[in-house]
Design a protein around this ligand. Structure first.
Ligand code: PLP
Length: 430
């Protein structure tokens, strides 16, 4: 089939002509996933059943996994759902990749992702990760001489390097200011707002910030910071939500931001290599796609988040599985999830505060934190501790060792236990 034929075939499917029999292929797969959840007793997850939830994953029993912030582990049921899509695809790869069979299901996934983020489906693009989304923005925004992009040293490289890379070519400047990491435990919301207020100037056109940063887990007051930025004339507010989507409820429209990027392979426990990007309608009009091919001019796609997607061959099985990952996570009511993550946070905070050999380096208030926190072990090199703990005890956490930090970043999920945290603390301080 030549390209124009292929496109008109896809179009006819999208218009519904041949969609019904093709779409119905997905029904049994979705039912198989629902049956897997029922069989494994995963109808709903509540606090009483979180410890048993670990058996719903393929984690090595010898591993104590306290590093969900680096990369998530996908539930067996979600893994199986992905394998089923892949198997179906392999029966007739053309049909699923180019023949349009998964056109409708892909849009169902987009709608599901949009309701998770609290935005419209047309505002969501499927990227591969957060880093890609920031590259799309840095390449596509109309910035030039005299413009300034501002972010702090808490910003992850994935949301930072793209700006420095583009700056010399376009002539804009990048201001990366030093965040007072040592003060983080005591900071209040007002302090955080002041810190940003001091850095935003009349030249600032873009403000980039993490929703929760990956080092000390400071939860930024995004709505208030966005209001502050707007009041000072900032045009674009871009938020790195790699650590929050799946960890906590998010409301993109409520925050009023222009861009919001996530990596569902972390807290949503979706297959690796699938990202989400929200771009507000007004910003979409001004951001040129980073790569272009036949789809950017298609009716129905033009002007939507789809124009930022790469139309080359990609692994659609992963995209479809995002719906199952969201479904799996939705079996835990958000209040139950937050209550459990907070319980683990309170336990670790209390134990780290009372132990003479540890120091808590994250916010003292849960409202300004999340399920990733930094604990310093006095007089020890944390990189060596982490290597030893993994080698000898199978405990996985992320060490941070720099001029400012020598900390263990602990990032538990709901199925982690107080006993696991206690074991980590005992071994680390022993
Ligand atoms: C806050 C934050 N932003 C961005 C990233 C980059 O994520 P990805 O590799 O999925 O692009 C990470 C990864 O750890 C992160 O923690």
């Amino acid at each position: 089939m030549i390209r124009s034929d292929r496109r008109s075939f896809v179009k006819s499917l999208a218009a519904g002509a041949a969609a019904a029999p093709v779409l119905s292929l997905l029904g049994p797969l979705r039912q198989a996933f629902a049956a897997d959840l029922e069989r494994a007793g995963l109808a709903t997850h509540t606090r009483g059943s979180f410890a048993q939830l670990r058996s719903a994953y393929m984690l090595d029993p010898k591993v104590t996994y306290l590093n969900h912030a680096s990369i998530g582990t996908i539930p067996t049921a979600v893994f199986d759902a992905r394998s089923r899509y892949q198997e179906l695809c392999e029966k007739n790869p053309w049909l699923y990749m180019w023949g349009g069979a998964w056109e409708g299901p892909r849009e169902e996934v987009r709608a599901k992702a949009a309701s998770l983020l609290h935005c419209k489906a047309s505002e969501v693009s499927f990227t591969h990760n957060t880093t890609e989304a920031f590259n799309v923005l840095a390449h596509g925004l109309p910035l030039g001489r005299g413009d300034e992009v501002v972010f702090s040293s808490l910003n992850h490289d994935g949301a930072s390097v793209c700006w420095s890379h583009m700056a010399p070519e376009r002539g804009f400047t990048v201001k990366r200011f030093q965040f007072p990491v040592s003060d983080v435990p005591q900071l209040t919301k007002a302090d955080i707002l002041n810190l940003y207020d001091e850095q935003i100037t009349s030249k600032t056109r873009v403000l980039v910030l993490p929703h929760i940063d990956n080092m000390v887990g400071l939860r930024h007051p995004v709505r208030e910071l966005t209001e502050l930025a707007r009041s000072k004339g900032v045009e674009f507010v871009a938020v790195d939500a790699a650590q929050t989507v799946g960890m906590m409820s998010v409301d993109v429209h409520g925050m009023g931001v222009d861009m919001f990027a996530a990596s569902p392979h972390k807290w949503l426990q979706a297959p690796k290599g699938l990202g989400l990007m929200y771009l507000s309608e007004s910003v979409r009009e001004r951001v040129h796609p980073m790569w272009v091919t036949w789809g950017q001019r298609r009716d129905g796609w033009r002007g939507t988040g789809r124009i930022y997607e790469d139309y080359g061959t990609r692994n659609l099985a992963e995209v479809l599985t995002l719906a199952d990952a969201i479904e799996f996570q939705s079996r835990t009511p958000p209040v139950e999830r937050e209550a459990r993550l907070r319980e683990l946070w309170e336990y670790t905070h209390r134990r780290a505060m009372e132990h003479p050999r540890t120091e808590w380096r994250s916010p003292h208030s849960w409202e300004l934190g999340g399920s990733l926190y930094a604990v310093e072990i006095r007089d020890k090199n944390i990189t060596e501790v982490s290597e030893w703990m993994f080698r000898e005890h199978g405990i996985v956490f992320r060490p941070f060792r720099s001029q400012e930090l020598n900390t263990a970043r602990i990032s538990p999920n709901v199925f982690n236990t107080e006993e696991e945290i206690e074991r980590f603390l005992r071994l680390a301080t022993g």
